[in-house]
Design a protein around this ligand. Structure first.
Ligand code: SF4
Ligand SMILES: [Zn+2]
Length: 260
C-alpha cells in the first residue's frame, strides 16, 4: 500500500494554529498545506517548502550528475563521493516532513534483513567509512560476519535490472542480518549508508515489517529518479562497473576491506 499526502480542506482548522478555518486564514496568504495521515499519526507540512526541497535535489542531480553523464564526462572518486554525500543531504531534507511521522525508528531492524541493492559509488563510500573508522579487530569481525553469510548473497545485477520480487522475499525469509547491523541494533555505517537505506519509510505497525507483508510504505514519485542519478554518478567514475550488488558482497569482491 502506498501512503500519499492530501491537501488540507478549506473548512479544516488552519494548521498555523490560529483557531480559524484554513479558508479564512493562511489560504488568503496563498499558503498551501499538505496533510499526511496514517492511523493515529498526522503530519501537516507546507506544500511550497516541500516542493522546493524536492526541486532542490532533482535540480542538483540534473545539473551535477545527469547532464555531465549525458555529455560523456568523467569524475574522479573524490568528486563523485562529494556529489553522493551532497545528494544524501538534499534527499533527506526532501523526505523530512514525512520521515518525522514514519514508524521507522532506531532499534527497528527489519529492513536491515533485506537485500541492500548498492551502486559502486555507494559501496566505495561505505568502504572508505570502514577503512577510516573501524579498527583492525572491528574490520576482522565485519569480514567474519560477511563470510558467515556470503553463501546466501544474491548474484550481482546489471545496472538497469532489479531483483525479482520472489528473490527479495526468499532472501528476507532467511533473516540474514546486514553485517553492519550492530548488537545494539544500530547501523555501524549510518553516515555513509546507501540510498536504499535512506529511502524506505513505513507508516504501518513495525510488526508488519518483521512479517514482511501488509506494510504501508511512502513512495514519492521522484525517488526512482534519485536512484537512477546515483547509478549515473557511479558510471561517471567506474565506467566499466555496470552492475549493482548486495552491499556486503561489494566489500569482498571489488571494494575490499583490508584489516590493517
Ligand atoms: S547499511 Fe545500515 S541501515 Fe543499511 S541495511 Fe545495513 S545496517 Fe541497515
Ligand atoms: Zn493559518
Amino acid at each position: 500500500m502506498d501512503v500519499q499526502a492530501q491537501e488540507v480542506g478549506k473548512t479544516d482548522a488552519c494548521p498555523c494554529g490560529s483557531g480559524k478555518a484554513y479558508e479564512d486564514c493562511c489560504e488568503k496568504s496563498g499558503i498551501t498545506y499538505g496533510l499526511f495521515r496514517f492511523d493515529a499519526r498526522k503530519v501537516v507540512f507546507n506544500v511550497e517548502e516541500a516542493n522546493r526541497a524536492v526541486q532542490d535535489v532533482l535540480s542538483f542531480l540534473c545539473d551535477e550528475v545527469s547532464d555531465p553523464f549525458k555529455k560523456g564526462a568523467s569524475l574522479d572518486v573524490e568528486d563523485a563521493l562529494g556529489k553522493l554525500y551532497n545528494t544524501f543531504e538534499r534527499f533527506e531534507k526532501s523526505l523530512a516532513p514525512f520521515s518525522k511521522a514514519s514508524s521507522c525508528k532506531k532499534g527497528c531492524t527489519a529492513c536491515c534483513h533485506h537485500i541492500v541493492e548498492t551502486s559502486p559509488i555507494e559501496a566505495e563510500a561505505v568502504r572508505r567509512f570502514v577503512e577510516t573508522r573501524f579498527d583492525r579487530s572491528e574490520k576482522m569481525a565485519l569480514l567474519a560476519r560477511i563470510d558467515k553469510h556470503r553463501h546466501n548473497y544474491p548474484k550481482s545485477l546489471a545496472l538497469d535490472e532489479e531483483y525479482e520480487e520472489g528473490l527479495r522475499d526468499a532472501y528476507f525469509e532467511k533473516r540474514v542480518p546486514c553485517p553492519f547491523l550492530s548488537a545494539e541494533a544500530s547501523c555501524m555505517v549510518y553516515a555513509s549508508r546507501p540510498l536504499v537505506c535512506r529511502t524506505y519509510m513505513v507508516f504501518s505497525d513495525p510488526k508488519q515489517c518483521m512479517i514482511g507483508d501488509g506494510m504501508a510504505v511512502y513512495e514519492a514519485d521522484y525517488i526512482p529518479e534519485v536512484h537512477r542519478a546515483s547509478l549515473f554518478l557511479s558510471l561517471l567514475t567506474f565506467r566499466d562497473l555496470r552492475i549493482t550488488r548486495h552491499l556486503p558482497d561489494w566489500l569482498i569482491n571489488e571494494f575490499r576491506i583490508i584489516p590493517i
